[in-house]
Each structure stands twice: as C-alpha cells, then as structure tokens.
Design a binder for this molecule. Structure first.
Ligand code: ZN
Length: 372
C-alpha cells in the first residue's frame, strides 16, 4: 500500500509537473499560443480600456488573458477594436509580440491592432501592418478604414465638445490680436524703412551668443599673413530682435480662418445657414455627419494654432518696439563702429529715428508705436 502511493506520487511529479508548467498562465508568454476564449458579442469599450491598460503596464498582449493566437480564417475578416503599441520605455525589456497571421511562433511587432472576428468569435492581437494581404479581397482594408475614420470622428467630437464653447471668445480675441499686429507691424515697417533695411539685416547678424549686439573693432595689429586683426565687442545689453523677422503671413491666414470659423460658429445669430435654427452649438455639432465634424475639427485646430502664432508675433513685435529695447538698438546704431549707423530717440512728440550718425537733424517720427 505504502509502495503503491509512492509510485503514484512519482508519476504525478515527473509528467504532471511538466504538463502543468506548459498550461500555467504565468508561463504563457513563453508558450502562449492558445485558442483563447469565445466572445459572442463584440467586446465593448471597457474591455478595450482594460486591454490598453494592460499594454501600458506590461507592454505586451501575450499575457492578456483570453486572446487567441491561432491562425484566423482568411474568409473571416475581423473588426479592429483598438490600436495599441508597446510603450517606448518598455521596449528594451519586453520582447516583440508574435502575430497570429504571419508569425505565430516568433516575435514580430510592437504596434498592433486588437481585432474581433465575428466568425470564430475570437479576439486576436495582430501586427498593425498585417492582414491586408491575408484576408480575401478588400474586406479587412475596409474594416480598418472604417475603424480609423470612426476613431477620427470620435476624436473630433471630443475635441469640439470642449473647443466649440470657447470659439466665440477666441474669435473675438483673434480680432484684437490682428488689430494689435497691424499697428505694431506698421510701426516695425516704418522703423525698418527709416533706419534702412540693410541696417536691420546687419543688426540681426551682430547678435552674439548672449543676445547682445556687437561691433567689430580693428585692433591695429596684423596676423602672420599680414591680415588686419579685428575683435568683436558687445556694446548693448540683451535685445529682442525676433520682431524683425515677423512676416504678415500668419496674420493673413488668421483673417481667413476667423471668417470661416466666425461664419460657421460665432455669428450664428447672423443667419448663417449652419445656425439658421439657432440651436445650441453642441446640438449643431451633434447633428453634423462624420465628414463635417472632422472638417470642422481641422478648421478649429488650424485656427487655434494660427491664433497662437499671431499672438507670439504680436509679443515679438511688442518686445522689439518697447522703449527700452529701442534704446539698446540705438546704442548699437550710434556706436562709432556700427557698419550701418542709425539712431532712435524718444522725445515729447514720440519716437523719432533716422539713418546715419545722429547729427541733430529732425529724423522721422515712427507712427503707430503703442506708446507714442
Ligand atoms: Zn502579422
């Protein structure tokens, strides 16, 4: 009796032990390739969220329970559920995933799509470039396109839900930005024309690594080949010159965008067809189809980007034309060694400037300066 039990124990230990190791879920990433479980319904968003959380934490779909790693039927093109990618920070530690279609036994990809097949009711994680040639005809390509367009639509609706309520205010702010830009830009143009375009180009070249303006001063010495030796000397404190490079391009784009966005969204009480019924903006967006909502999102994003760009340019122009900055620019322009002399001065009648050395001549008054 005792001997018999002992034999049984030995049998369990030697064969059952090895078998258990293969089936144990903890070991599954070394030999995972199971048939998975059946999903009679298309898995929902909560399932996809759990899957993505798993990928963010573990970096691989291989250890996510229930997935099928068997080769699918080419007549059964699946529906993509979610994109996923191994986080960059995990890629050194986590091996690539096998692809049930093209590479079921060896690592293949870091980016894939989680898919549900209506035919065999399985969920598979397949490589993101995979499947187009495997499934018959264009069926899978159509599913992927539908998935991506739906994702773009969802993203657009999510963006607009928040952005649409701020748009009226932002269009008004854009109009103020354009007004500021126009005044400052005209003053900048007037200043550049007065001190000469060449002087403003030389000025940009005279910038040192610390953002100060420098001049070249000959030392009187000559080098071994008889060339004159010159040294650069910084003659101002830090200056703002980004405003010299501003062009009117973004401002002109903003005009058009503000008209488009304003026409579509803000001026709804002005009988624009989109808003003729004066429904709430959120309702109007909800009523738009996929194409319209994606187009409006793109328009709004471009509008916001351009608005930010113009705001930055306004700030650059303002910094360029500030009284303290103009004083520093003039310090450079009136320096004995400035290659393109000019002067800028503040007086009771505003800011005046002139080219050449400051000889006491009247110069020109710079118009449109915010403080003149
Ligand atoms: Zn593949």
């Amino acid at each position: 009796m005792i001997r018999f039990v002992g034999v049984i124990r030995i049998v369990i230990f030697s064969t059952g032990g090895a078998g258990l190791a293969k089936r144990s879920p903890k070991q599954s990433h070394s030999a995972p390739l199971g048939a998975g479980r059946k999903f009679h319904q298309r898995p929902d968003d909560a399932y996809c969220a759990r899957f993505r959380a798993h990928i963010i934490k573990h970096g691989t779909p291989v250890t996510f329970p229930g997935l099928a790693w068997t080769k699918p039927d080419p007549d059964d093109p699946p529906k993509p559920l979610t994109d996923f990618a191994t986080p960059e920070t995990l890629r050194k530690r986590v091996p690539k995933s096998p692809c049930p279609i093209c590479s079921p036994h060896s690592p293949k990809y870091y980016e894939g799509k989680l898919c549900w097949s209506a035919g065999d009711k399985r969920v598979r994680a397949i490589g993101h470039e995979c499947g187009h040639d495997f499934y018959d005809g264009d069926t899978y390509a159509d599913e992927v396109r539908e998935f991506e367009e739906k994702a773009a639509e969802d993203a657009a609706r999510g963006y607009l839900q928040d952005a649409i309520s701020k748009l009226p205010e932002h269009v008004i702010l854009a109009r103020w930005s354009m007004r500021d830009f126009d005044a400052l830009f005209a003053a900048r143009e007037d200043l550049v024309a007065t001190v000469t375009k060449r002087a403003s180009q030389e000025l940009l070249r005279a910038l040192d690594a610390q953002g100060r303006l420098s001049v070249e001063i000959e030392t009187g010495a000559r080098d071994g080949q008889g060339r004159r030796v010159a040294m650069r000397q910084s003659v101002t404190s830090r200056v703002s010159v980004a405003g010299l490079k501003v062009r009117a391009k973004a401002r002109n784009e903003l005009t058009e965008l503000a008209l488009l966005v304003g026409g579509a969204v803000v001026l709804r009480r002005h009988a624009h067809p989109l808003w003729r019924d004066d429904v709430s903006q959120a309702e109007a967006v909800a009523a738009m189809d996929r194409e319209q909502v994606v187009a409006l999102e793109r328009l709004c994003r471009t509008f916001e980007d351009t608005r930010n760009c113009v705001d930055q340019e306004v700030a650059d122009l303002r910094a360029l034309l500030s009284a303290t900055n103009l004083t520093e620019l003039s310090r450079w322009g009136t320096h004995l060694h400035c290659p393109t002399p000019f002067w800028i001065s503040h007086g009771p009648s505003g800011v005046t400037a002139g080219k050449g050395p400051h000889t006491g001549s009247a110069g020109r008054r710079i118009r449109n300066l915010p403080y003149s």
